[in-house]
Design a protein around this ligand. Structure first.
Ligand code: SF4
Length: 456
């Protein structure tokens, strides 16, 4: 399911065919649309549209082109609209120094007043920024906008700005222009930011993606934006839809799916979530903040049985691989992993285990021969080039014994498992070269650097 987080459903030609537009969006898998106002009249229209359709919400605000219309009375009316059912954000507000249709001092005053309104209402803000990056960021900070958060709609900045925006509790919204040939800067932003920091939008009826460029845009085209992002990030459009929908629902304080997954699909791999227990307490672990991985909730109430896992997997040959992973160390449940892997292997599965490499230490024996013939690949979190660094990054109760045990595990693994990779998370300040050299010195082991702050 996709969430089009910015559509002007009240603007022609969408307004004349509103029901058809929403129906086509649903048929295309777009379950949620944010109808965005640009002045008082259009904000009221967005609310009416939202009330007519399930899954459609409204944002109310005065666009910088119309900033001069935001009189004290208009602000009172905007606050009344903001209190309406189905209003989930204040927008579209901001600065436009490209067209400069309104004097800049009036744009800035209206922008500030509406951020204050958003803070009073406890609603996030949708920001329009054209050729006004520095002033937009300065005003957002000055007015305390990070308190409510929001999104830079139709993002037009560079990568440095994107990182700054994210650090301010804002998301970055990617429009159909990402499908255009000259979208190199936007493509770099998409590649570099975690999917968890992105939204997708059409800005319809404007900026239609390829192959509709030049024609009226509409929410049913937002999967084309997702497909382009998927190609840039080597995931699927389904992954992009799921993660960006969750991002949007959280930003707009909408209910999210709370179903806990014991198996979950990313790309065409099926991941198995056997336990939330870990040997380590890694400093970079994402579960410290959030138990979602690529939009899947992994916070187990109980550890699943072998039977429950096998029932969920069904035919494993539907997937490129089945991966024991989750937010926990799967080999803490060694016997269950072996039982599940045996059945899946007999059915023709390709099996990988993502592990901390400490299983032999934990179980008090070399466990790798037990995985022989059951597992095609091991991805071992090495994370450091020496014991001292490892102890700081991945503390555990085994202390100094753990890193040598991990390296022994890596040396032993290629004798029993066809493919062994040592992975390192690109933690800021970490000497990844030292880790790479160590990994590459171990016969049969390949090295992979994993991005920091992105899981799954
Ligand atoms: S092993 Fe994985 S799940 Fe466990 S603490 Fe480390 S990063 Fe988190």
């Amino acid at each position: 399911m996709f969430f089009d987080t910015h559509a002007h459903l009240d603007i022609s030609p969408l307004r004349e065919t509103e029901s058809d537009v929403v129906a086509r969006a649903r048929a295309a898998g777009v379950g949620h649309i944010l109808a965005v106002g640009i002045d008082l009249e259009s904000s009221a229209a967005a609310i009416e549209i939202a009330h007519r359709h399930e899954g459609v919400y409204a944002a109310v605000g005065v666009h910088p082109h119309d900033a001069a219309t935001l009189t004290p009375d208009a602000l009172v009316e905007l606050e009344r609209l903001a209190s309406c059912d189905k209003v989930v954000a204040i927008g579209e507000i901001g600065l436009d120094y490209y067209r400069d249709r309104c004097p800049r001092d009036l744009q800035q005053a209206a922008f500030r007043a509406q951020i204050r309104l958003a803070r009073r209402c406890g609603l996030p803000v949708l920001i329009h920024d054209r050729d006004a990056h520095d002033d937009v960021l300065a005003i957002l900070k000055d007015e305390g906008a990070p308190e409510v958060g929001g999104v830079l709609h139709c993002f037009s900045g560079d990568l440095a700005m994107a990182f700054e925006v994210v650090s301010m509790n804002f998301l970055v919204s990617i429009p159909g222009t990402v499908t255009y040939k000259n979208a190199d800067t936007l493509a770099e932003v998409v590649r570099s930011l975690p999917l968890e920091k992105l939204l997708i939008e059409t800005d319809s009826p404007y900026l239609a993606p390829i192959p509709h460029r030049g024609k009226p845009n509409e929410p049913s085209y937002v999967p084309l934006v997702a497909a382009k992002i998927a190609a840039l990030k080597s995931v699927t459009a389904e992954d992009v839809g799921r993660v960006t929908s969750l991002n949007a629902k959280r930003l707009f304080r909408l209910p999210v799916d709370e179903a806990v997954r014991i198996s979950y699909k990313i790309r065409n791999s099926l991941y198995l979530n056997l336990t939330n227990r870990c040997t380590n307490a890694c400093v970079f672990c994402a579960k410290r903040h959030d138990f979602h991985v690529k939009g899947h909730l992994l916070q187990l109430a109980d550890e699943p049985t072998v039977r429950a896992v096998l029932d969920e997997v069904g035919d494993p040959t539907r997937y490129d691989e089945v991966v024991f992973c989750g937010f926990g160390e799967p080999l803490l449940r060694l016997e269950e992993v072996k039982s599940i892997a045996k059945v899946l292997k007999e059915k023709g599965a390709t099996i990988r285990i993502n592990t901390d490499g400490l299983a032999s230490l934990v179980h008090g024996r070399n466990v790798l021969p037990e995985l022989s013939g059951l597992v095609d690949a091991l991805s071992v979190s090495m994370n450091a080039g020496d014991a001292e660094t490892y102890a700081k990054i991945c503390p555990n109760r085994y202390g100094a014994a753990s890193f040598p045990a991990l390296i022994d595990f890596l040396r032993e693994a290629p004798k029993h498992v066809p493919s062994v990779t040592a992975t390192v998370v690109a933690l800021p300040g970490l000497d990844t070269d030292a880790a790479r050299r160590l990994a590459e010195s171990i016969p049969g082991v390949t090295y992979r650097l994993r991005p920091y702050d992105e899981v799954g």
